[in-house]
Design a protein around this ligand. Sequence first.
Ligand code: FES
Length: 129
Amino acid sequence: MIAAADVLAGTITGTRLSDLHSLDHDEVFGVVENALEPFPTERRQCADVCIEALRATFADLRATQIEEFAGEKALVCTCFGVLEETIAAHISERSLKTTDEVAAICNAGGGCGSCRMLIEEMLDALRIS
Ligand code: FES
């Protein structure tokens, strides 16, 4: 379990959640298993516990972000608490063209990825105007 936790910590440091397939359990398990050895069936729960703890931590973080948001402005990225107007300002001021560029500047879209379509629509709308 310690080895699995160590691999997870090393893997997620500096990595976007979207690059971890939004923490899909099987994908993350594959990462752990590739770094270590294939888990014997009776030891699989060692990695499962670590992965579920990681997923629960990010779910709690996201829920906290939503709970703490009390503004009236549109919140586009709940993972990182980024407002629509913040994203629009970055797109306009820095002439951003892609969701990856937006994520690099303000993290929006760099978590679970569920807001990426909204960001893509904003990029399209601001490109046209
Ligand atoms: S809502 Fe998860 S990355 Fe934006």
